[in-house]
Write a protein that binds this ligand. Structure first.
Ligand SMILES: [Zn+2]
Length: 315
């Protein structure tokens, strides 16, 4: 009888155990873990119609005048950040201290964390692509709308822009010393669910391109690129990439692992970008349009007097 009961308990318990095993993973992990849920099987909001990432076709992006400059606060503060391998990415907890506003956002947002996506293939590690071109990595600085005080305000609020992600494509170039404190500690967090603090202080401004180069960006409404794929993100994808040396990009794939036994290199942690736009618009900041907009004007200003001079000379 006892055995029968034990068997019964096992039979009942098993489906639960299996459900718990069904954790989400990236396509590359399915090779060794066929039971995990790959991007095509992600549930939650992942099969809805406002998903990310996307391929941005620059010439289709509409210029929007209110997409002006961002203002950053506490982005200059240097800290020895705590860095975590969470089993899907490498993540820095930002504690909501740094803030952004402007850039066409409706309100102020607080920086919660930043993380990366990458591949060993140096043209396959970004989630977003511009004109079909992927880069070596992508860095996401995740910001959350400042919490409203009253619950009723919160309930009545539209949550569709609760999260603002600043996305930076990372290309291979020359060595970037500002990233070295992060690269240096990767071997110490090789296993999932391990954390360590950087040895050298770094600011968020140290990690991103110079302020003057941040005026050109794309904007669209999408989702988180990992389950539960919540459709609450206002995306900013900057045109200016971050440059890192090849020897700084490859350690992400070589030193970090998806598993405790360090057999499965953490790489290709990228959601396929073929999420269709489904009628959404992609906008570009006003200044991105400036060169094309100013060129005819500049030409006219230069050409008219030149032509007048030439015509006068020939007369
Ligand atoms: Zn991300």
């Amino acid at each position: 009888m006892r055995l029968l009961l034990a068997l019964l308990v096992l039979a009942v318990a098993r489906p639960w155990a299996r459900a718990a095993d069904e954790h989400w993973c990236y396509e590359i992990q399915k090779k060794t873990e066929p039971n995990c849920l790959g991007p095509k099987e992600w549930k939650w909001d992942c099969q809805k119609k406002r998903q990310s990432p996307i391929n941005i076709i620059a010439s289709n992006a509409e210029v929007k005048k209110d997409l002006g400059l961002f203002s950053f606060s506490s982005y200059e503060k240097k800290k020895k950040w705590n860095v975590t391998n969470n089993g899907h990415t490498v993540l820095i907890d930002l504690n909501k201290e740094a803030k952004i506003e402007g850039g066409g956002l409706n309100t102020e947002y607080q920086a919660t964390q930043l993380h990366f996506h990458w591949s060993r293939n140096l043209t396959g590690g970004s989630e977003h692509s511009i004109n079909g071109e992927h880069t070596a990595m992508e860095m996401h600085i995740v910001h959350q709308k400042k919490q409203l005080t009253s619950k009723s305000q919160r309930a009545s609020e539209n949550t569709s822009e609760d999260i603002a992600v600043l996305a930076f494509l990372v290309k291979v170039g020359s060595q970037n010393d500002n990233f070295q404190p992060l690269v240096d500690i990767l071997p110490t967090i090789s296993k999932p669910n391990t954390s360590t603090a950087m040895n050298e202080p770094v600011s968020l401004f140290d990690l991103i391109p110079e302020k003057e180069k941040l005026k050109d960006y794309f904007r669209y409404l999408g989702s988180l690129t990992t389950p539960e794929c919540s459709e609450t993100v206002v995306w900013t994808v900057f045109q200016e990439p971050i440059y890192l040396g090849k020897d700084q990009v490859l350690p992400f794939s070589e030193k970090l692992f998806y598993d405790k036994s360090r057999k499965k290199n953490m790489t290709d942690n990228v959601r396929p970008p073929m999420q269709s736009l489904e009628g959404r618009s992609v906008y570009k900041s006003y200044s991105s349009a400036a060169p094309e907009r100013l060129l005819p004007l500049a030409l006219t200003t230069l050409l008219v007097p030149a032509l007048a001079y030439l015509t006068a000379g020939s007369l």
